[in-house]
Write a protein that binds this ligand. Structure first.
Ligand code: SF4
Ligand code: SF4
Length: 371
C-alpha cells in the first residue's frame, strides 16, 4: 500500500472533507475517565496526550509524554453500539378506529465516518457482519448503518497489558475492512487508502509528499513494538478441546469469583445477545417493542419454557467462555474472541479469560497467562 505523510496540523482537513461529504464524524474522546467513541465536531476533542493503563480489573488514563491522540488501545467500547444499538425500537402499535395498526420502526440512519478503529475492532466488525448481515435473518437496522459507514483505521503503536490480538491473528495492524488507514508518528500521520470511497476522500485532501523510507520504517517499528504482548490465547484447535472439560473444577473456581454482572459481554465487541421488551401507554392505546442488549450472565437469558437452563453462575460462565472460544468456531468459522482484552480490564474482579482458558485446557489451576 502506498502511504503519504501529512503533518499533525492537517488532521482537521480530513475532518472537514468528511463533514463536507455529509458524514457525521465519530471518534475517540475522553469522558468520565475513559476513552469513548462519540460524535466529534473538532480534532481538539480527540484524546491528545493521554494513554491508558489496562490490567485485570483496572483501567486508567494517564498523561503521556507524547502529544498523540491515538496513544491508547481500547476504551470500553468502539464501534459496536453504533451498529448494534443498545436500545433499538422494532415496532409500534396503536389502536385506531379501524383496529390495531402496526408500524415497523424505520431503519434510516445518517452516514457516519468512524476514526480510530484498530485491527481488533475491524475483526469484530467482520464477525458482527457475519451474524447480522450474512446469517439467515439479516438485521435491517445493523445493515442500514453498515452501508453508511466510512472507516478510518489506525495501526496500534503500542499494546496494553491486556491486549493479545497477536495470538488471535487480529492485530496490531489493521489489515482489512477500512477505507483509510493511519499510522500516527511524532509529527504527523501516514495515510493509506483501502477502498474506492477512501480514494474519493483521499483525493480531496491536499496532502504533502509520499512517505519517506525513514517514516515507513518508524511505522513498521511501532507495529513491531505493539506486537510484544504479554498474553497469548491458545490456538483455535486447542480451544475446541474446552468442550471436553465440561466438569472441570475450574468452572466452580471462576464462578466463586464471578459476580455475573455481565460487564464482560457488554464491552465485548463481538457479543450480540439481545432481549425484547414491550411497553404501552396507560390507556393501552399505544405500544412499543424494543430490542435491548442482553447478556448470557443474566439469569433470565437462560429462561425457556418455564425453566432456568443455566441456574448457577458456573453454568453461565461456562456458556460464555465455551460459546465465545469454541462453539463460535462451528457457527462462524473462527473463535469469537479478537484479543482486545476489554473483558479483562472491565471485569470488576479482574477475571482473565486467557488465564481461565489456559487453566481449563492444561488442568493446572491458577496457572499464569503471562507466557
Ligand atoms: S472475549 Fe474479551 S478479549 Fe475477546 S473480543 Fe471479547 S472482550 Fe475482547
Ligand atoms: S467475568 Fe467479570 S465481568 Fe464477566 S460477569 Fe463475571 S464478574 Fe462480571
Amino acid at each position: 500500500m502506498t502511504k503519504h505523510f501529512f503533518a499533525r496540523q492537517y488532521l482537521n482537513q480530513l475532518f472537514n472533507v468528511l463533514t463536507d461529504l455529509g458524514y457525521q464524524v465519530v471518534g475517540p474522546t475522553m469522558k468520565d475517565g475513559a476513552i469513548v467513541f462519540t460524535e466529534l465536531a473538532r480534532v481538539e476533542q480527540l484524546p491528545w496526550g493521554w494513554q491508558e493503563v489496562a490490567k485485570p480489573g483496572h483501567y486508567q488514563l494517564t498523561p503521556s509524554r507524547k502529544n498523540r491522540c491515538f496513544a491508547w488501545n481500547t476504551g470500553p467500547q468502539a464501534l459496536k453500539p453504533w451498529l448494534f444499538k443498545p436500545e433499538q425500537p422494532l415496532w409500534q402499535a396503536e389502536q385506531t378506529e379501524q383496529g390495531l395498526c402496526f408500524h415497523q420502526a424505520p431503519a434510516k440512519v445518517p452516514p457516519i465516518a468512524v476514526v480510530g478503529l484498530r485491527g481488533c475492532d475491524l475483526a469484530a466488525l467482520k464477525l458482527q457482519d457475519q451474524h447480522f448481515i450474512h446469517g439467515p435473518y439479516p438485521d435491517p437496522y445493523y445493515q442500514a448503518q453498515r452501508e453508511q459507514l466510512f472507516i478510518i483505521a489506525v495501526n496500534c503503536a503500542q499494546s496494553a497489558e491486556t491486549c493479545f490480538c497477536v495470538s488471535t491473528g487480529d492485530g496490531p495492524a489493521a489489515t482489512h475492512s477500512f477505507d483509510l488507514l493511519l499510522d500516527e508518528l511524532e509529527d504527523g500521520y501516514l495515510i493509506g487508502v483501502g477502498s474506492e470511497q477512501g480514494q474519493a476522500v483521499f483525493q480531496q485532501l491536499t496532502l504533502g509528499q509520499q512517505a519517506t523510507i525513514d517514516q515507513l520504517d518508524i511505522a513498521q517499528q511501532q507495529l513491531a513494538d505493539a506486537s510484544q504482548q504479554q498474553r497469548h490465547m491458545p490456538d483455535e484447535h486447542s480451544l475446541l478441546k474446552l468442550t471436553e472439560n465440561l466438569e472441570h473444577p475450574q468452572w466452580q473456581d471462576v464462578a466463586d469469583r464471578c459476580l455475573a454482572c455481565g460487564n464482560c459481554t457488554l464491552v465485548c465487541p463481538t457479543c450480540f445477545c439481545s432481549k425484547q421488551e414491550s411497553t404501552s401507554d396507560i390507556k393501552l392505546q399505544q405500544a412499543e417493542q424494543v430490542r435491548l442488549w442482553d447478556s448470557c450472565f443474566s439469569e433470565q437469558h437462560g429462561y425457556i419454557a418455564g425453566k432456568l437452563f443455566r441456574p448457577e453462575i458456573r453454568h453461565r460462565y461456562r456458556q460464555w467462555l465455551l460459546h465465545k472460544l469454541a462453539n463460535w468456531q462451528q457457527q462462524y468459522g473462527r473463535s469469537g474472541c479478537v484479543g482486545c482484552g476489554r473483558c479483562i480490564s472491565w471485569c470488576p474482579v479482574g477475571i482473565d479469560l486467557v488465564a481461565e482458558a489456559q487453566t481449563l485446557l492444561e488442568g493446572s489451576p491458577h496457572e499464569s497467562a503471562h507466557r
